[in-house]
Write a protein that binds this ligand. Structure first.
Ligand code: SF4
Length: 93
C-alpha cells in the first residue's frame, strides 16, 4: 500500500503494519474486519471517510455489475457477510 510516508496519498496514520514491508488499513486485519476509515452503518448508510485518498486496492475494487457486464465475487462475498444480497445488473439499470 502506498502511504504518504512512501510517496503515496493514503495517510500512514490510518494504516498499521502487517509485517516489516507491508501495511493495511487500520481495522482490516481482524477476525471481523472493519476499516476505521469507514463511516456509518454497513447495510444502512456507509461510506469511505477518506475516499479521495483511499489506497489502490480500494480504488480498484468495483461494485459488482457497476458497468453492467462485470461481476465481482469479492463484492458479493462482502455484501453477503453483512446480510445483504449480492448486487445485480438491475441495481444499476
Ligand atoms: S474504501 Fe475506504 S473505508 Fe473502505 S476499506 Fe478502503 S479506505 Fe477503508
Amino acid at each position: 500500500m502506498e502511504t504518504d510516508e512512501a510517496g503515496g496519498i493514503t495517510p500512514a496514520s490510518l494504516t498499521e503494519h502487517l509485517d516489516p514491508h507491508r501495511v493495511n488499513m487500520h481495522g482490516t486485519n481482524q477476525k471481523e474486519p472493519r476499516c476505521r476509515s469507514l463511516v456509518g452503518e454497513v447495510g444502512v448508510a456507509a461510506h469511505c471517510g477518506i475516499y479521495a485518498v483511499r489506497p489502490s486496492p480500494c480504488h480498484d475494487l468495483k461494485p459488482a455489475w457497476e458497468d453492467g457486464v462485470t461481476p465481482s465475487p469479492q463484492c458479493d462475498k462482502a455484501r453477503v457477510r453483512h446480510g445483504m444480497a449480492p448486487l445485480t445488473p438491475a441495481d444499476f439499470g
